[in-house]
Design a protein around this ligand. Sequence first.
Ligand code: MRU
Length: 344
Amino acid sequence: MQKITPLKASRDRLLILDQRKLPLETIWVEANTAAQVAHSITEMHVRGAPAIGIAAAYGFYLEFWQAVQTGKKITPALAEKTKALLDRARPTAVNLMWATAQMREVTLAHLAANPDVNKNPLPLLLALYDKASEIHADDAERCLKMSEQAVQYIRHHIKKDKYRILTHCNTGALATGGIGTALGVIRLLHRESRVEHVFANETRPYLQGSRLTAWELTREKIPATLIVDSMAGWMMKRGEIDFVVVGADRITRRGDVANKIGTYAVSVLAKAHKLPFFVVAPRSTYDASIGSGEDIPIEERPATEVTQVQGITLAPKINVRNYSFDVTPRENITALFFEDGVLV
Ligand code: MRU
């Protein structure tokens, strides 16, 4: 089976799998500049915290590649401008700024050491491409390690042969550079024949659960059932869920977690039903500059995502609130799994 990858990079372009069209169509969008990559991130052709960080890293590289092709001067200001442009694409997932900060550092260090960079820009382009590729490959490794951390903990703490797992949003290969975060855990448990069943919340309004997670799960023949978000509590009440596992878009110093809208509600339900609630994320999602969840910028997205389905308007003219993320407080989280450890 072909590996799922949301991004295909080469020296002069980034191909982005248009996730808005999945699972019905497989369409690749081409980006050649940082502005085009930023547009794809805003429009959610590519989405998921680690994946948008990786896309932004390639977008940063492409801006410098373009500058060289068009004879534009390479300066520290170009690095700052490119980073700002990409960072504006989506505000909540910190992986985006984490990746562009590294690209900026590579550029600034190179410029400081090579004042004649405009005469010979090739080494800078190679360094930037290598850095973006490293961020990409590195995420695959992190996915595997954090998933192993979680599997080890779950096997030790939840004494069952097979698990019934609830997940929210899409945290799989489409959202990362590897097997995924929460979905990575599910993949590893499935490889060990320890998944009895996965329940995937459809994840209104963008439907990452029904379009993307359902696609990843069924492709790999992992036993799964799609449910509407509002059914999660009833499933728990009926005793049909053993634990919840989700990903994250930003984690604060105190361990509050921003993730897809609806995650907070699931965490409250899990707590009410005394079920473990796990978060799985790479360190690139951890924001040491933010103390508590209240300070995380929460993206609000267009009203049409709520009022329309596939371009068909289903609601009358009415005000809409469309927060794309919410924050789950540390108190509602049983354990957080990173590639380098577990926070309980
Ligand atoms: O709006 P999205 O689809 O980018 O939101 C994605 C999520 O909230 C995921 O759960 C999160 O990025 C963790 S995935 C590795």
